[in-house]
Design a protein around this ligand. Structure first.
Ligand SMILES: [Zn+2]
Length: 50
């Protein structure tokens, strides 16, 4: 089973939930990042780049 969760806010890629496992990471503001972008994007709290 595969369910579209949203689109990566960084690259726009579709992020799916597959059998309960998310293809990416849901941020605190409910936006979604794919794993590739999450690994290169500082998490909120680590660094304040906004
Ligand atoms: Zn991405």
């Amino acid at each position: 089973m595969k369910e579209l969760v949203g689109h990566c806010r960084a690259c726009g890629r579709e992020v799916y939930c597959r059998d309960g496992f998310l293809d990416g990471v849901v941020q605190e503001d409910s936006s979604v990042l794919c794993f590739a972008c999450d690994s290169v994007t500082p998490r909120a709290g680590d660094q304040n780049e906004s």
